[in-house]
Design a protein around this ligand. Structure first.
Ligand SMILES: [Zn+2]
Length: 211
């Protein structure tokens, strides 16, 4: 049984997730913690629940989702899993941090590249990786078929979709991919988005105004 813990971090109100199961192993997904207080919230949660952090995962490279990469890597010594290493993530993130004037310790490079159809495992749990570009050029989401949960990054939000006006964004591609790869998941799948509250696939397929 996977437990999902959500933190909402940084000026962009980004959702950072910690997933853990009975094994007490956990993974940190899109760590947006950007100051000492937010970093402390992560390490306190891990320590209080006696968890062992085994992996770090990024759904995509936008600055609000990777602000805490360097912290997690340094604190727990884990590998960073993510999208294609071809994407010039560090360069873009550095420029974004300067533009938004937010403190940013440069992210370490991707250690393990993941693609469509790969698995992502920790403890007793295995999630499936789905490739859903559109909001970002190389966007991955994680689906757990047994529990019907989706860690969806910035693809689909409660009543909305990810913006497509950032470099590499493509509106039509986002719509098509969401329809073909997300809306085909079971209706009761809970979507844990990169921003805002949870929703369900069936609710969004029926009511989301962008479709
Ligand atoms: Zn994003």
């Amino acid at each position: 049984m996977i437990h999902v813990e959500k933190f909402t971090f940084n000026p962009f109100q980004e959702n950072t997730y910690i997933l853990y199961d009975q094994s007490k192993e956990c993974v940190i997904i899109d760590p947006g913690c950007f100051d000492k207080n937010e970093e402390q919230l992560v390490s306190d949660f891990v320590a209080l629940n006696e968890l062992k952090v085994v992996k770090l995962f990024n759904t995509h490279a936008h600055i609000d989702h990777i602000l805490g990469n360097a912290f997690v890597k340094a604190r727990y010594g884990v590998d960073l899993y993510g999208y294609s290493s071809e994407f010039p993530m560090l360069d873009l993130a550095n420029r974004s941090a300067k533009m938004y004037q937010i403190p940013y310790t440069e992210s370490p490079p991707i250690d393990v590249t993941k693609k469509e159809g790969d698995k992502f495992s920790f403890g007793n749990s295995t999630l499936e990786i789905i490739y859903v570009p559109g909001h970002a050029p190389d966007h991955l989401v994680l689906f757990h078929p047994q529990q019907k949960l989706l860690i969806g990054g910035d693809v689909l939000f409660n009543g909305s979709i990810g913006r497509t006006d950032l470099p590499g964004g493509e509106h039509d591609l986002l719509i098509k991919n969401t329809q073909e790869k997300i809306f085909t998941l079971p209706d009761e799948t809970i979507v844990y988005s990169g921003h805002g509250p949870e929703t369900k696939v069936g609710i969004e397929r029926r009511t989301n105004p962008f479709f």
